[in-house]
Design a protein around this ligand. Structure first.
Ligand SMILES: [Zn+2]
Length: 440
């Protein structure tokens, strides 16, 4: 008998935007009453709107619409009552603690969970994989603060930067990834030692457990993570790990593996006669010494039609490997690249202009701008996965970058009722005159 699965609920932009509005409305205003001309909501939502449309000049164009029609798409799509000017937006955003944005990510995950979208992301029953990696989101040779990381080259030139340890929920067959609240890599007050990616990763894991106390989780990461202190942090926080183990980083482990005559193995063929081999050995020491943690080692090799190895990856994990799960574990390990491609690369090179200088600010500006950009990317990922109309827009425009060019162009010229109408205009492109409220 075929089981009929109920279609999943469409998670609309308007529902997500309303939740974001409610959150922004409830944030404390750091200013005194007399200069509160623009609300916290309108400021953060305006910044978010720029990131959502990947358009640094969005506010200027909407101001022109407003001049003509006494309303703009900032009101209709984003429910911004009064749009701040660029400098006002930066000033206030700089004063709002970036940590206050954390619940926004959790809220989206909760919606994806309740609507059963995360069922399709379970690597093992009810177990999600969160892959972590570090990146830099602000760098300057001049502007700096006491929290900046700093590096001085041989020629004596110092570069100041802010980094982030980012996590994202992902699944091998799914293109969309869902970022979680990151951990800043930045120097703390009074600390003489610089912060680093591995320390931020440990804090990230602790925070992830606090934010999602009951979620079964596999933490994925690169070779920087596959060391005992990090593995212990993951285990202490009741999570699984699946970390890249490179021969150069784990000489002792690889020598130990060499002593086995054969490893357990499974293989399969894919298109073009490519052979995929997964080999594993459970219960081996990660390093030399009595205190070494015991890990399970898994290796994936791919061979072309001439039986030549084209690539090889290996990981260590606490998940006991068997004939039944070795392929699943290796595939989960391999999807780690998505955090670079679908998350960091999108943020930096595909329209979000993360490296575009939104400014360092005095306190929170660069981190808050990073988080609002990340939130916009998350909205897009949700729409891509769950919203039929958004998917139709993608189809109508072809490439994603083209779709956003089209949406930006419409957004500048027409006053629309809501986001639905803007998408509708893109899909039915001949119908602008009748569907738009006003044309500039
Ligand atoms: Zn700084």
């Amino acid at each position: 008998m075929t089981s009929l699965r109920k279609p999943k609920k469409n998670l609309s932009f308007d529902a997500l935007r309303k939740a974001l509005s409610d959150h922004f409305d409830n944030l404390a205003d750091p200013r005194t009453a007399d200069n509160s001309q623009y609300t916290v909501h309108d400021t953060l939502m305006s910044a978010f709107a720029c990131m959502y449309f990947q358009d640094p000049s969005l506010l200027a164009f909407q101001a022109r619409l407003e001049k003509k029609h006494q309303r703009s798409n900032m009101q209709t799509i984003f429910r911004v009552r009064k749009t701040p000017k660029d400098s006002q937006l930066r000033d206030l955003t700089d004063r709002i603690s970036a940590a206050t944005l954390a619940p926004c990510f959790k809220d989206i995950h909760e919606r994806l969970r309740r609507s059963k979208y995360f069922e399709d992301y379970a690597v093992f029953p009810e177990t999600l994989m969160c892959v972590i990696d570090g990146t830099t989101y602000h760098s300057s040779k001049l502007v700096n603060c006491k929290h900046c990381l700093h590096k001085t080259s041989k020629s004596g030139e110092t570069t100041y930067s802010h980094g982030i340890l980012q996590g994202a929920i992902m699944y091998p067959d799914k293109k969309q990834v869902f970022p979680v609240m990151p951990e800043a890599i930045s120097n703390k007050d009074g600390s003489k030692k610089q912060d680093c990616e591995t320390n931020a990763a440990k804090r990230f894991i602790q925070q992830l457990r606090q934010d999602y106390p009951r979620q079964k989780c596999i933490s994925g990461g690169d070779g920087l993570m596959s060391h005992q202190p990090m593995i212990e942090t993951v285990m202490d926080n009741n999570m699984h790990y699946l970390f890249v183990a490179k021969p150069g980083d784990h000489k002792y482990l690889y020598e130990w593996i060499e002593t086995f005559d054969t490893l357990a193995e499974t293989s399969f063929y894919s298109d073009k006669d490519r052979r995929h081999v997964i080999r594993w050995q459970n219960d081996v020491p990660l390093k030399d010494g009595d205190d070494a943690v015991r890990v399970n080692f898994v290796e994936y090799q791919q061979f072309n039609e001439d039986a030549k190895m084209t690539f090889r990856h290996a990981w260590v994990t606490d998940i006991p490997l068997t004939q039944d799960n070795a392929v699943v574990v290796a595939r989960a390990g391999r999807c780690r690249w998505k955090i670079k491609n679908e998350c960091f690369n999108s943020l930096k090179n595909q329209g979000y202009e993360l490296t575009h200088n939104y400014g360092h600010g005095k306190a929170n500006l660069s981190l808050s701008m990073y988080l609002l950009t990340l939130l916009a990317l998350t909205f897009h990922q949700v729409c891509e996965l769950t919203d039929g109309m958004y998917q139709a827009c993608r189809e109508a425009s072809g490439a994603k970058t083209r779709m956003w060019e089209d949406l930006r162009a419409l957004m500048r010229r027409f006053l629309v009722e809501d986001w639905q109408q803007l998408m509708d205009m893109l899909i039915n492109e001949n119908d602008y005159e009748t569907t738009a409220i006003k044309r500039v």
